[in-house]
Write a protein that binds this ligand. Structure first.
Ligand SMILES: Cc1ncc(CO)c(N)n1
Length: 237
């Protein structure tokens, strides 16, 4: 079994848990409040900017020119997507550089961003790529899942999880190419390095669930503070 097959097998329970999460169910049914959507929006733009740094590291540490070109193409898409996102200015939340820079990175987002960024210092595509590819894979799979459900047609729900299309799917799509790169790099890696890469992927899948959960419950550092300083022994956030 290739490393990517092994990873995907172990990632299945995480995918099912993400499908069941009330935020994902809320996208399908159109049952999320403006506050929940705004929280997600703000945190996710900041998350995607962090991905720019991770993709840069993938370009820097590519072991072939083809890899570098693929990551470069993905980076181009990322920056265009962010540019389009920032141009949308709903009344509830202006999307511009200044307000984005002032957005507080909330606890789970910080944990996830740092989980991904911490792989950069390995200078290894095998260690960096799974941290990023997991979220891509999760969103594409969730997109396929919501497409099988009777989902509401109204915006913003309809456009949610629509990260599919030819760019990501099929044998030449990003997802398969990322897994091919992981398998190629695994060939010259030790079992321990392969295990580390797998655990990195699975941790990203877990943090995907917590990312929905934080948006669903609107969890902030203030909640963490109140919980810690409230003198009631704390509850699980
Ligand atoms: C948290 C998160 N994970 C993955 C994606 C897909 O890029 C996203 N937009 N946000």
């Amino acid at each position: 079994m290739s490393l990517s097959q092994d990873i995907l097998f172990e990632a299945q329970p995480y995918l099912i848990a993400n499908e069941k999460h009330p935020f994902v169910q809320g996208i399908i049914k159109g049952e999320l409040s403006p506050e929940q959507l705004r929280y997600y929006d703000k945190q996710d733009i900041a998350f995607e900017y962090n991905e720019v740094a991770v993709i840069n590291a993938l370009i820097n540490n590519s072991t072939t020119t083809d890899q570098a070109l693929l990551f470069h193409k993905r980076q181009d898409m990322q920056l265009h997507m962010l540019d389009d996102w920032l141009k949308r200015e709903p009344e509830s939340m202006p999307h511009d550089w200044e307000s984005l820079k002032q957005t507080t990175i909330q606890p789970i987002n910080q944990l996830y961003r740092q989980h991904m960024a911490s792989t950069i210092q390995t200078h290894s595509v095998l260690q960096i790529l799974p941290s990023f590819a997991a979220g891509e894979w999760m969103y594409v799979e969730l997109g396929k899942f919501v497409a099988t459900q009777t989902r509401v047609k109204e915006e913003p729900f309809q456009s949610f999880l629509s990260m599919s299309g030819d760019d990501f799917l099929g044998p030449k799509g990003y997802i398969q190419q990322f897994f091919d790169i992981i398998d190629h790099e695994a060939e010259s890696a030790t079992p321990r390095e392969q295990e580390q890469a797998k655990q990195t992927f699975l941790k990203s899948c877990l943090l995907e669930w917590y990312f929905w959960d934080a948006a669903y419950k609107l969890i902030t550092w203030d909640d963490w503070k109140k919980n810690a300083l409230g003198g009631k022994g704390g509850v699980t956030l």
